[in-house]
Design a protein around this ligand. Structure first.
Ligand code: OSB
Ligand code: MG
Length: 396
């Protein structure tokens, strides 16, 4: 780590904020999303909106979950931390003036955890910086790719439903599928997809559903090694970093383990890479980088840069964001460190109504265009229609 050069955040003219708002939206999913931790038909998400003195508006998304099932963060805690701590401190401590990224980090540092709420505020800040400098978000974050590969995360509970969604995705041009698995619903579904599509890039996401001390669970996971999977995401609980590395090494699994829930910041990535090295399996580690889970886009850039320096593959994961969050994730994925397809879209739009136009679309080669300028136009009418609560703070 001491030899590693952290990337330097871009500089900009001071931003003088006049208003800060938090908006709670309620969105209806086009199709229910089912994982080992439950089913979602609709979901709330939070937007942080910043206005500057010279009339710029920056918006960032905190894609909260309704309950603390994926991460200890969830909607009401995220909202509370934004309202009670993060936003008042920008107003009081910084007097609404943000001169550089360090100013924002100084607000975040005294607040332990709560990475989702930090991400929304930080994303709104980057949205402002991009507008002020008149550059694309991708280039602010060091990304140069004009398009990025996209995969589809299938969240369904029955074999028929998964196969049906997989077929639609293949028709739409997806080159990579990710399937949610849990004990009792793993080999059967992955094998069916593998038989149907022998050449597709296929990966599994367990969302912590397995227990490393249950021999049936370990046996089930081991049989997946024959299915030529790109990776297996997060079989064990988030704080079981060591068990993940040991499982990889003890069974000499050729399928790489990908960490999602276990990675909260760059330090977690550093420890994971060190562990996989100690077990001599370092070429079989993959990192899923989700900006809200790691506290923002700049921490994501740091992680990506670190992974690249250590030859560890990584990709940008999703949290069922609105089009706004997805465009930002796609902009992040333009960084050359990201070398596996990200969860950026589905065969159909995620939501019955979304807040930005256009939405990301898949090209026939399985890629999505990276915005070279603005990330799209906010549909204010729809945004207001979907709004269930709004909190405004004036900088005093
Ligand atoms: O583990 O990647 C996950 C959605 C909610 C919570 C956790 C996860 C997911 C997804 C959705 O898989 C990915 C997407 O946004 O398409
Ligand atoms: Mg995951």
């Amino acid at each position: 780590m001491s030899l590693f050069q952290l990337p330097q955040a871009p500089t900009h003219e001071p931003l003088q904020l006049t208003w800060l708002s938090v908006i709670q939206l309620r969105l209806k999913l086009q199709k229910p999303f089912i994982t080992s931790f439950g089913r979602q038909d609709e979901r709330d998400t939070l937007l942080v909106m910043l206005r500057t003195q010279d009339g710029l508006v920056g918006i960032g998304e905190t894609p909260s979950m309704a309950a603390p099932m994926y991460d200890e963060n969830y909607l009401w805690a995220d909202l509370d931390v934004l309202q009670r701590f993060l936003i008042p401190t920008v107003s009081e401590q910084l007097k609404g003036v943000i001169c550089c990224f360090d100013d924002l980090e100084s607000i975040f540092k005294p607040v332990k955890g709560h990475r989702f709420s930090k991400c929304g505020l930080e994303a709104a800040y980057w949205h402002l910086v991009a507008q002020q400098k008149n550059v694309a978000l991708a280039s602010l974050w060091g990304g140069r790719a004009e398009s990025v590969q996209a995969g589809f995360s299938i969240g369904a509970k029955t074999l028929d439903d998964v196969l049906e969604r997989a077929e639609r995705a293949i028709q739409a041009g997806f080159k990579r599928l990710k399937v949610k698995i849990w004990p009792g619903f793993d080999r059967i579904v992955l094998e069916a997809i593998r038989n149907q599509y022998p050449n597709i890039m296929l990966q599994a996401d367990a969302n912590t559903a397995y227990d490393p001390f249950l021999s049936e669970h370990i046996a089930a996971l081991k049989t997946l090694d024959e299915l030529d999977l790109l990776l297996i995401e997060q079989p064990f609980a988030e704080n079981r970093l060591l068990d993940h590395a040991r499982f990889q090494a003890e069974h000499n699994l050729k399928t790489p383990i990908c960490l999602d829930e276990s990675i909260r910041d760059l330090n977690d990535v550093r420890q994971a890479i060190d562990l996989w090295r100690l077990f001599e399996v370092s070429e079989r580690l993959v990192i899923n980088v989700k900006p809200p889970r790691v506290g923002g886009y700049w921490e994501s850039v740091r992680i990506a840069t670190y992974c690249q320096a250590h030859q560890v593959p990584c990709w940008v994961g999703g949290m069922l964001e609105t089009g706004l969050g997805k465009w930002m994730n796609i902009s992040l994925a333009a960084h050359s460190a990201f070398n596996l397809p990200g969860d950026h879209l589905q065969p159909q739009p995620y939501y019955q109504q979304d807040i930005i136009n256009p939405l990301p679309t898949l090209r026939t080669d399985g890629t999505v265009i990276v915005p070279s300028g603005e990330i799209g136009e906010i549909d204010w009418e729809t945004l207001e229609r979907l709004q269930v609560a709004r909190f405004d703070f004036q900088v005093n």
